[in-house]
Write a protein of this length. Structure first.
Length: 175
């Protein structure tokens, strides 16, 4: 069993860097496509702070529920081996799978929140010219930054290996 972890601080720095690298081409393409990067003042003023907080908080919960749902599909005894929580020490919500998964299943669990809450809204934003949906999608991709870091950490792991999610650190064990 080989432990592969990264500190929360390092994961956050890499996640911000990845988000920047992903966001720039998306913003340039959106601007070329629509000619807009700034929401209209009336639209921004119509959004209340509490509405923003509710949407973001709800999206964070949904992000972790998506991880948990994918874990449960592939985990032995389904939901019994999935834990959802909040780590006070690092102010980090999490979904944790208590049993080893095939590498591809672990990767799917890492990818799905970013795809569903980030990439799909960005694609819809391009098709509807919705700048707020674009920014929501980019914000959710930023929220998936730690997941993207873990995907990079997995890239050299052989597909035949099983992965056990680490229960308290950012990372996993290779079995």
């Amino acid at each position: 069993m080989k432990k592969k972890t990264i500190s929360v601080t390092s994961a956050s720095i890499y996640a911000m860097l990845i988000t920047f690298i992903i966001s720039i081409p998306i913003l340039i393409a959106y601007y070329i496509t629509t000619g807009v990067l700034k929401p209209e003042k009336t639209l921004v003023k119509s959004i209340k702070l509490y509405e923003f907080v509710i949407v973001v908080s709800g999206s964070i919960v949904v992000h972790e529920l998506i991880h948990a749902a994918v874990f449960s599909v592939f985990a032995k005894d389904t939901w019994k081996n999935v834990k959802i929580g909040f780590q006070i020490k690092t102010l980090t919500p999490y979904a944790h799978c208590k049993v080893p998964l095939k590498k591809i299943h672990y990767e799917l669990a890492l990818m799905m929140p970013g795809i569903i809450l980030g990439l799909i809204p960005v694609i819809i934003a391009f098709n509807t010219a919705s700048i707020l949906l674009l920014y929501y999608g980019l914000f959710m991709l930023m929220g998936a930054g730690g997941d993207i870091v873990l995907l990079f950490m997995l890239r050299k792991v052989p597909n035949t290996k099983k992965i056990l999610d680490h229960d308290s650190e950012v990372g996993f064990y290779i079995l």
